[in-house]
Write a protein that binds this ligand. Sequence first.
Ligand code: SF4
Length: 673
Amino acid sequence: MTSDLSSSKTVASACPLDCPDHCSLEVTVEDGRVTRVDGSRRQPATAGFICTKVRRFPRRLYGEDRLLHPLVRRGAKGSGDFRPVSWDDALERVAEEIRRVHERWGGEAILPVSYGGSNGYLSQDTTDARLFRRLGARRLARTVCAAATTRAADGLYGRMPGVAYEDYAEARLIVVWGANPSTSGIHLVPFIRAARKRGARLVVVDPRRVPLAAQADLHLAPRPGSDLVLALAVHRWLFEHGAADLDFLARHATGVDELRRRAAPWTVERAAAEAGVEAREIEAFARLYAATSPAVVRCGWGVERNRNGGSAVAAILALPAVAGKFGVRGGGFTLSNSSAWRLDGERPIGTPPPSTPVVNMNRLGRHLVAPDRPIRLLFVYNANPLATLPEQETVRAGLLRDDLFTVVFDQVMTDTARHADVVLPATTFLEHRELSRGYGTMALQQALPAVPPIGQARSNHDVFGELCRRLGLSRPGEPETLDDVARSLLDGDGDGDATARALADEGIAFPPFGRRPVAFVDLRPRTADGKIHLLPEALDREAPEGLYAYRPDPASERFPLALISPATRRTISSTLGELYRQRVAVELHPDDAAVRGIRSGDRVRVWNELGEVRCRARIAGDLRPGVAYLPKGLWSHNTDNGATANALVPADLTDLAGGACFNDARVEIERLG
Ligand code: SF4
């Protein structure tokens, strides 16, 4: 796995960042420093190339924002004024504060906040979960992304993995819906290109003319939040025109009549009026989809980020069932393939008691400022909530509370870390051992440290283990070393020995059903009865107005523009934001700019009742009218007033699973004098 050339060596690694692709990497180390991070061919789907974000990762390792020592706050909260202390002092300060809060207010006054960050299986939900569960801490519902999509995929298919990237090359029709693989999940693009070379058709559904939309046979640009009615109109059309595969549905699905009934009100004309597209475009899409096989739908996470998100994803995932697209290579859908491995349910920590209070992370700000049963200690790791969560100004107000003790354990000085009382320096995946899997590609990979920890950085495993010991929360006989933890995870899914051997020999393992499974050949729905549930009862009960019920656009006369904030090439969510310091511009359509007297380069205020963002404007012809765009993952240094798109995003929740409604921000934009 490692080769040496005098003082230079290459180390096999894998990218554990929050990206579907999960590239295998080759890391060059010269004179003890990482000098290059490149792709390797060990992971066939990622084919040896990587994104520029991770190619620049050495700049995070050695950059000026890297945290090298534990720090304790010296100045005012949020000032970023800290003094260095020893690890022993920092950990004792944290342990003391945990003891104090726990004794006085109980475990529920403590809230751990973590998300994907840059960590895999060994760095999250292991010793950290042990610490917080034994304290009886409040639980965080990690709903900021993929909550509604996961609920829908689970309800309809029991989270059956979908079409592998490589099999897109076999498709005759590719539908990219609410995803932008040119920016996120880039390794899908070569397979789409290969299919196109062989004559495949391409349909893109996105309110922006993203790069693939510019090349597509058909681009539908619906109003944000209206994907549900588009999908229902296609269902109605399929049933009405004899294009539903009734034989397949009779054998493999339940809820067919009810789906048909709920789609019935959505004629293509009505859906077109609601979505702001042409009726003939919806009809052309339905006709093409019905007539072409293999056909695959790449459903992205852009679809879920609104009040109708869960129902929209469910309706899209139901399309291949109704149109009978399964059973052939390159036919079906891809959403998340994270369920190719089922290690999550087998962590060595047990489940928390049902009485433990839960905080939906999309409402973190509201919980932090709530006067009843206040949170007294916040422990943030693998996350930058001030940059990533809705109602940013409320999150900021919470972090500024004098009676809140905040610990941030991170690799660099983030916007959130600037508000901490104690900052602890964390290792990156190039400095600690990791085990990770993608959610687009289907491999499991192991990465060994390429270099020792930089400065005094420590791994999650070490720090949470040490806190457990200091607080008397360790138990004899539980997995202690990383080897123990890894082994207990691998044993949770099938043949742990075989997986461990593959990881040790090759650094990579593929799921037991292979790396390119075909649905209804190699895989079946993982629902209790093995069928597709087109109208799962639990989801129907959960959605406020029932599954597939459309809730209208929240735009008002005062705030008529829909603000969307999709991912860019520069960051992974907010990770690596310290490397992107330029000021951004809000983009808007020429018609929307003209009526407001705004020209490219003008300073503007983007605002609603939650807050405002001050930045430049850019006129963009690739947006549909009525839609404005500010990138996802910005930090305070990217705008003139330190607020980002999330300052304008309400803490409303999706119809399923309490997900974030980033695309339900409605705003006005005005030119500043
Ligand atoms: S972020 Fe995604 S594309 Fe970039 S190296 Fe990691 S897995 Fe590959």
